[in-house]
Design a binder for this molecule. Structure first.
Ligand code: FES
Length: 150
């Protein structure tokens, strides 16, 4: 399903001049970096080799290319979650995992990303782990939630 998310973003720029660069901008806006798998998708959409697509992404220093971990943790940063303390959850996750938002742990296990409202606003703040929502998250609850990821 992640692949189709990438495709939805990339295909919007398919017919524009310099579209691949616009698509990378859009991906980076969405994920804070450009996931490697998304570059493969871009290569297909724009009909260029993977090496070329990768080369374009790494040529510009403002693009950040990265791998995603086995568990992708996304923190909702839309207003209701923000007000309910999403920033504290972000801090706690960054501390517990020893990485910043948009990064992946060295063992390839966890990636931290921001997300828009995931439709669970009745119990904020909300995070998702590989698309499964966890509601009413607090820094205290994170150790238990993370230990489920084995
Ligand atoms: S605002 Fe976070 S789930 Fe809706």
């Amino acid at each position: 399903m992640q692949m189709s998310d990438y495709l939805n973003i990339i295909e919007k720029y398919k017919d524009l001049p310099g579209g691949i660069i616009e698509a990378y901008h859009a991906l980076q806006r969405e994920y804070n970096y450009i996931p490697e798998d998304a570059i493969d998708q871009a290569a297909k959409v724009f009909g260029v080799s993977k090496a070329k697509a990768f080369g374009v992404a790494t040529f510009y220093s403002y693009f950040k290319v990265g791998k995603r971990g086995r568990y992708v943790i996304r923190i909702c940063e839309s207003a209701p979650c923000h007000v309910a303390g999403a920033a504290e959850v972000v801090n706690a996750l960054e501390q517990q995992l020893g990485i910043k938002m948009g990064e992946t742990t060295a063992d390839g296990k966890f990636t931290l990303e921001f997300a828009e409202c995931v439709g669970q606003c009745q119990a904020t703040p909300v995070i998702t782990i590989n698309s499964k929502p966890y509601v009413d998250v607090s820094p205290e609850k994170l150790t238990g939630i993370l230990s489920e990821c084995q």
